[in-house]
Design a protein around this ligand. Structure first.
Ligand code: GYE
Length: 335
């Protein structure tokens, strides 16, 4: 005991007895619709743990924008220190953001974005969804050229994500640039599968009743793609490399990349779910009294396919190499 007191001043000793002040975080999560979302939630819980000095108020809005806005209002009432939102849709946020602003609670956005004045959020960490859509378009263009099908009429259907989500809007816009370039590419239909496996399956079933000779199916996430696979299996239609239908997906989750490796999905465009550690880093800076100068922060992402041969995508703002999915690559993935 005496030894202990020798090294520690009475003030320090007393402060060590006090519980550490936890930083209160309110996180309004989209829901639990996909593998990607589960990975994002897991990352958030790991990063904002009590052990790391946080009290996390976590709300799963179950894909209901109204519920998500209410969650944020409750965070304001609870006077949390920071609010993190992964907004289901881009619109409808004005009033709530103004309330947070007047309550002087910094708002951090992760993953999806909000259409609002910049002053209403401190920073955003997420993906370039337009670029993801462009990558999918550039890949299809190259793939068709390699298969000697550049001049063929190509019938395309899209299974979109949740309507009005920035991920849906961006991926659609990015791919649309390539649709415009190719008069022989025909978009037969685009319906929302709500980023779920059940949604993907139902939409694909409807498409198969309506259309014959679909050449390309674009699913805006892996869960929808897996749902589409079930519908195609049931209809006895082959897909993936060597199949009748080219299947394109987004996210590159473990299940998605496994499907690439298994020859079910042709190409998968990564969307990185690990933005919570970046948000935590920003919060540490704010806690230390630092100013964040940059508002928008894009995460690193890759484009995957099962082919080992090199393929370069030439995009408006640079190049991207397709990465082959191998067993080793899959084993080394964090989510
Ligand atoms: O693609 C999907 C998820 O917002 C980027 O939401 C995210 C999307 C992701 O449910 O799997």
């Amino acid at each position: 005991m005496a030894d202990l007191l020798k090294d520690t001043s009475p003030v320090q000793a007393a402060s060590q007895l006090l519980p550490k002040k936890l930083v209160k975080i309110g996180f309004a999560q989209v829901g639990h619709e996909s593998d990607w979302r589960i990975a994002a939630t897991k990352s958030c819980r790991e990063v904002f743990s009590e052990e790391n000095g946080y009290a996390l108020y976590f709300v799963d809005a179950d894909n209901n924008p109204q519920r998500q806005r209410e969650a944020v209002r409750n965070f304001i009432r609870e006077q949390v220190d920071y609010i993190i939102i992964d907004p289901i849709v881009t619109t409808g946020w004005d009033a709530v953001l103004v309330e947070a602003y007047h309550a002087r609670i910094p708002v951090l956005l992760i993953d999806r974005t909000i259409e609002c004045e910049e002053r209403y959020y401190t920073a955003w960490f997420g993906s370039d969804f337009v670029r993801e859509g462009e990558c999918a378009g550039a890949w299809l263009q190259n793939y068709l050229a390699r298969s000697g099908r550049s001049q063929e009429t190509i019938s395309i259907v899209t299974i979109n994500g949740t309507t009005g989500a920035s991920a849906q809007i961006g991926r659609t816009q990015g791919f649309a640039k390539y649709l415009e370039k190719h008069a022989n590419w025909h978009l037969l239909a685009q319906e929302s599968g709500d980023f779920t496996e059940a949604g993907g399956r139902q939409v694909m079933e409807r498409y198969l009743q309506k259309f014959t000779g679909i050449h390309v199916v674009i699913c805006q996430n892996d869960n929808e793609a897996l749902g589409a696979c079930s519908a195609l299996d049931e209809a006895g239609i082959s897909y993936g490399p060597g199949g009748d239908v080219i299947l394109i997906s987004f996210d590159a989750t473990r299940a998605g990349l496994q499907a690439v490796l298994d020859g079910r999905i042709n190409a998968d465009f990564e969307c990185n779910p690990l933005s919570p550690p970046h948000a935590a880093e920003a919060i540490l800076k704010l806690e230390a009294g630092e100013t964040l100068y940059e508002k928008e922060h894009y995460l690193q992402e890759s484009c995957f396919w099962a082919d080992e041969s090199p393929m370069t995508l030439y995009l408006e703002d640079g190049m991207k190499q397709m990465v082959p999915v191998t067993r080793e690559l899959l084993d080394s993935r964090r989510y």
